[in-house]
Design a protein around this ligand. Sequence first.
Ligand code: ADP
Ligand code: MG
Length: 654
Amino acid sequence: MPVMELKQVNKSYKINGGETFQALKDINLSFEKGELVSIIGESGSGKSTLMNLIGGLDSDFQGEILVDGENIGDYSEKNLVQYHKEKVGFVFQSFNLISHLSVLDNVTLAMTLSNVSKADREKRAKEILGVVGLQDHLYKKPDAISGGQKQRVAIARALVNDPDIIIADEPTGALDSETTDQVLEMIKEIAENGKLVIMVTHSEKVAGYSSRVVTIDDGRVIDDQKGSALTVTDNKYKTVKPNRKKNLSLIGSTKLALLNMKEKLARNILIALGGSVGIMSVILMLSLGSGVNSYLTDTMNSQVNPLVSEVHMPDEEPENQTELNEMRDQNPLMGLSSSAPFGTENIDELSNIEHVEAVEEGFTNFSIGTNKASFDGKATQFMSVTTVSSMITSADIVEGGLPEEGEVMITKNMADTLGEDLVGQDIQVDTIVNEQQLNLTMTVSGIYGAEASAAIDTVYLNYEDLKNAMEEAGGGLNPNIIYLVSDDAAATDSIKSKVEDLGYKGSSTEAIAETFSQMLDVFTYVLAGVAGISLVVSAIMILTVLYISVVERTKEIGVIKAIGGRKKDIRRIFVSESFLIGLFSGMFGVGIAWGLSLIANAASTHYFDVAIIDLTPMYAVSGIVLSIIISMVAGLMPASKAAKLDPVESLRRD
Ligand code: ADP
Ligand code: MG
């Protein structure tokens, strides 16, 4: 049975305007093993068209091309891929070696596509490269070897999967006469080893090498001369068929993508850097948001008890409101001296709010020049008398504890003026509250506050003590702050909103914190917008670059298809490349964000004693994953464009 048989093969090309051009007309040919068939004919006579049909690169024809009794025109993609892997090997006029792969890798590629093990691949490729005399050039790139050597690499590539048929379209077209002889001799030997070689050539020496010469003119076979049959000799070019059941592995495609990226290293680094800007801004934005937020929360929590809500009577516009507010910004524990006092009906109303477990009365007073604390002959002015409540947590007490009956807690600044080891000592406190002069002797229970929270010198004491003192002085005391203690931290928010519904005012510190946190939100949205835009920009950039890459690598894609690469494999190579770009830009992005966060944190720690950027490993990983996803999505279109390229078209381009 012939190896290949063509029956009534016709091929017409569609050309512009719906017309067709018939390039092959009623071709009937039959080829045997061990034949070296030369196809000759004038340019444009249809030789390449015929080769493309025989090679299974073009399945759009009428008639039958039978290989082992099956018409390759009826083959599914899967069958065609199998045909390319097992049955045919191609040698092209312009070599079509892949420039970023070494000689060895160009030859192993056909086996990489079948996921043959690395050791096996290299062993076979080295063997066959040895046969064609290139054992000393294994690791050179195609650019570094001569034309004759390139064509020998291409022959090795065609042979490495041990095909039955070798198709060579003008293999000597780009060679000088000496190398032409070498290559033709080699091709003849291949046929002598029992393969069917079909070759298109212009060389006049053809007849001398061929066992048969088929002449084509205007798409028809006009002559078919059989010369002397070749003597089948020993199997110099025969290799064992590798196990080709499998397909290109993910690792294989990633390695191919890496090799290509390495070739255009500078470009790829720039792309990754460009892509990293978006990722970097996203990570920085998230980390900054979380850093500032946790700082705010920590600060609030260390100064307030989450179970307690502070309540004031509605505003009465006191004269020194602005000044007061400024001070209150700095001292969250300070109430509003001119807040109106609560009446019993107010307190009843507040205590009836759901989840309110206890109601604490409080008082805060603020005045300048009338308050003095003295100890051991030293005196210091202070500005506020404030009662303690459950609101105060002990987090900011630097020494001692909260005041019990008959005790006061004073701010650090005051303590520094009055002397050392004050805790446990009695001090004299003179103040005017609601126009009553109070002269109290109290024991210091503790020193309050580091930093900002104790910026306003304040004497803290118990409400009962203050009330008793006021009564002794001939006055009385009504609370001007109420603290509502809830039975459940989760209920505190609902208590606060109920308080506002009833017309009372909440804590002004909290109001400020709220405003600040809203501003922070706006800021975060703006940053998110910028980050989003830069992500879109990098996606478009990656898309463009991959499109360019597809155009640049059209030939390579054609070659991969010719040696048995599936659409899927090609898509996979490009997707791997976009995966790698995404991975690298993600890593760059995280790296840059990390560097910037170190700088920013060093600065903020220096000035504010707090690290404002909180770059967690979670953010870093999310950033890299996001980058990979974006890049792969951007790579989908170029990858499927590459997969759809017509191998005949892509190999024709020079
Ligand atoms: P040869 O290889 O013998 O020089 P080809 O097989 O390349 O000739 O081309 C045969 C004829 O078919 C030529 O006239 C050429 O213009 C035409 N042809 C080849 N490819 C196409 C195509 N894709 N579309 C239209 N016409 C084509
Ligand atoms: Mg041609």
